[in-house]
Design a protein around this ligand. Sequence first.
Ligand code: MRU
Length: 345
Amino acid sequence: MFEIVEWKNNTVVMIDQRILPAKEVYLVLKDYNAVAKAIKDMVVRGAPAIGVSAAMGFALGALKAKQKDKKAFLRELKKVSKVLGATRPTAVNLFWALERMNGVVEANADLSVDALKERLVQEAKTIHKEDIEINRSIGKNGGKLLKKNWTVLTHCNAGALATAGYGTALGVIRGANEAGKNVSVFADETRPFMQGTRLTAWELKKDKIDVTLITDNMAGHMMSKGLIDAVVVGSDRIASNGDIANKIGTYMVAVLAKEHKIPFYVAAPLSTIDMNIKDGTEIPIEERDIKEVTHFGGKRVAPTGINVLNPAFDVTPNRYVSGIITEKGVVTRPYRAGIKKLFSK
Ligand code: MRU
């Protein structure tokens, strides 16, 4: 296939997702500021991929730090962590990854600066490797929920491109198809950033999975025509009560699914669950540049001076969620208790 984010010769290499599918370009990032900028500018996007990239950015920041003195080195790491943590607010995997890297620093206080650098690089590589394994488990667990010849609607891109590989929501489809279920996909275009059109359609086509692209406002019509058997999406942050934040428009799809009695599944690793927040109202929603809405293909399509809002995510209350598919199994209602149990498995 293709690498999404990779540690290579002490640099971080990423496929530039902003220009897919027109061009397959890989960027070589040589310092942590470049990684932070790549996350902010959405060279890399998708909650788990952001987490893996942040871990690699942290490792790069450590590796390239000039400080020989331990105290000064630790101060530099704090700065690195702060810069990476200020890139995108919604996907909790970013903060999960930074916390894990900072945890390694704390747990290895006795190591020399050079040994700690090596240890942090190793941890970032481990996070990368684990993410692919986790997605395969999500795929196996979720694949069982889909029946033979079903058509699944997905929103945004929760595929290989949004992770270290294989994907969460698209991992579920891959898992079902590896079990011989011949599942096909309807992909919402996902305005305004077009992750469905540009990324989901591209990676599924490349993987020879049957995919039909629709605009976001066609989802209800397709459901009413009986063309959708299930919805599977990813998530950027799941609250401890099972409310889920995902790409703007997901809430709309969930409400439609309930109206049409279609199961609505959310596939995500445990690192997407934020046990520190009690419900979805506490999830910070990123507001992005209004140009994403006023412009199309680089050209202004809205009148100048118009009022515009551009929240990048919305929250779907848990009552619309039929199941949360994780690497540790599928959780159903009541979510608070089920989610708590996941962490003790
Ligand atoms: O703004 P993006 O492209 O980073 O948003 C991505 C999504 O909303 C995904 O659905 C989510 O991160 C899950 S990815 C496995």
